[in-house]
Design a protein around this ligand. Structure first.
Ligand code: UGA
Length: 433
């Protein structure tokens, strides 16, 4: 078992720290936000992630997981330091590496023994080499530093499950010794390991997210064509997916991808790819299709009503996907901003994301404590996130509570056959009306 430090207690850092302690390592998580560290020490999370809090408390109690704001304390016994700080998007779309560089300096100043520095954060190709350069520039002790790229593939909302059931662990290293230690650390997860060089590992992460985003934009384009030609995109996706070269996953048409990863990483890769004689056209189209897709429901409603001024519209679901309270780059934000700009009155409901949404959304939005209240007396309902609670909501209630039941479903939550049993005007994505 190894002594491991993790810098950054966001989704990736915290999940990595908790899961590594769960498989037996001694883990210390470091974050410069002292308030956050205080909460974590008391077993409290500032993010919603199923099963994470329970697992964190268990490992704090076992004495295998601790937290600090002090880099010197965090690094003093560590054989391996994971970097898991954010790489937010800059205004030009590229990744901001300020936090990464700051961590590299801290490692140089405070690491006291030979150490393997593992980058979990999503970083442009060449960043790990830059990390090594910075560490050597500021290094105060006579120690050996090895660098490893170990990108993260977990999804928000199923992060613990994904960590224990991932498809692969990618290890990009410059020396076999460092790669072997990271492979050993991860052995209890029993997940296939793919070892490669550092630059290829960095690229695998961006290429994977860009490919998944491409699948989503592709099926969304097919959905639009299905609407024109009278086909059903769900049947099309099943029939396509039965070809094992295509696969059924990530072919769910909807209102585009959101979240803290796909939008940021596709933009960053587009930036990285651009040279004076080369541009990643395909990825640019994927991004453009997604931007348009995110407000498709507003276009559909405008087509139906002619204008939205004075209409009362309920938005059900604010998180970028179910089982998370994360609303970063969520379609709900773009939809609500456009609805308000068009002069509509907006009520909104989400099982857990309201607190975060209130900080971001316009003050005109009326947040409601349940679905009934949100849809009461409205002219249209937009279904934006496919929460179980929303899928299971009885259709007859729309008939009872709305002015005239019209639903624009951005996630194809209801079966067309079921919907036919109710006097509801129903518009979904890529399916016959
Ligand atoms: C994504 C990747 O799935 C992870 O592998 C990766 O590690 C992570 O980004 C990251 O880079 O950190 P995440 O953003 O948590 O994970 O969420 P996903 O479940 O992938 O969903 C992303 C978005 O795509 C959501 O808005 C979802 O509604 C949408 N989506 C997904 C579709 O519209 N259709 C689909 O078929 C699948």
């Amino acid at each position: 078992m190894r002594n491991v430090a993790i810098v950054g207690t966001g989704y990736v850092g915290l999940v990595t720290g908790v899961c590594l302690s769960e498989i037996g390592h001694n883990v210390i998580c470091i974050d410069i936000d002292q308030e956050k560290v205080k909460k974590l020490k008391a077993g409290k999370l500032s993010i919603f992630e199923p099963n994470l809090e329970e697992l964190m408390i268990t490992n704090i109690e076992r004495g295998r997981l601790s937290f600090t704001s002090d880099h010197a304390e965090g690094f003093k016994d560590s054989e391996v330091i994971y970097i898991a700080v954010g790489t937010p998007q800059k205004t030009d779309g590229s990744a901001d590496l300020t936090h990464i560089e700051q961590v590299a300096v801290q490692i140089a100043l405070h690491a006291k023994r030979d150490v393997i520095v593992v980058t979990k954060s999503t970083v442009p190709v060449g960043t790990n080499e830059r990390i090594k350069e910075i560490i050597h520039e500021y290094l105060v002790s006579d120690i050996k530093i090895d660098i490893v790229s170990n990108p993260e593939f977990l999804r928000e909302g199923s992060a613990i499950h994904d960590t224990f059931n991932g498809d692969r662990i990618v290890i990009g290293a410059e020396c076999e010794h460092a790669a072997t230690i990271i492979e050993e650390i991860n052995k209890p997860f029993q997940i296939p390991v793919y070892k490669t060089d550092i630059r290829s590992a960095e690229m695998i992460k961006y290429a994977s997210n860009a490919f998944l985003a491409t699948k989503i934009s592709f099926i969304n384009e097919i959905a639009t064509i299905c609407e024109h030609v009278g086909a059903n995109v769900e049947d099309v996706a099943i029939g396509m997916g039965q070809d094992s070269r295509i696969g059924t996953k990530f072919l769910k048409a909807g209102i585009g991808y959101g979240g803290s990863c796909f939008p940021k990483d596709t933009n960053a890769l587009y930036q990285i790819a651009g040279h004076k004689d080369y541009s990643f056209h395909l990825l640019k189209t994927v991004i453009d299709v997604n931007n348009k897709q995110q407000t498709l429901l507003v276009d559909k409603a405008k087509k139906r009503f002619g204008f939205l001024k004075g209409k009362k519209i309920a938005v059900l679901g604010l998180a970028f996907k179910p089982n998370t309270d994360d609303i970063r780059e969520a379609a709900s934000i773009f939809i609500i901003n456009r609805l308000i700009a068009e002069g509509a009155g907006v009520t909104a409901y989400d099982p857990i994301a309201v607190k975060k949404a209130e900080r971001v959304l316009r003050p005109e939005v009326q947040f409601m404590s349940n679905i009934e209240k949100a849809i009461h007396g409205t002219d249209a309902v937009f279904i934006v996130t496919e929460w179980r609670e929303i899928i299971d909501f009885p259709l007859k209630k729309y008939v009872e509570l709305m002015n005239r039941p019209i639903i624009f479903d951005g996630r194809n939550c209801y079966s067309l056959n079921e919907m036919k049993k109710f006097p509801i005007e129903y518009y979904s994505i890529g399916r016959p009306i």
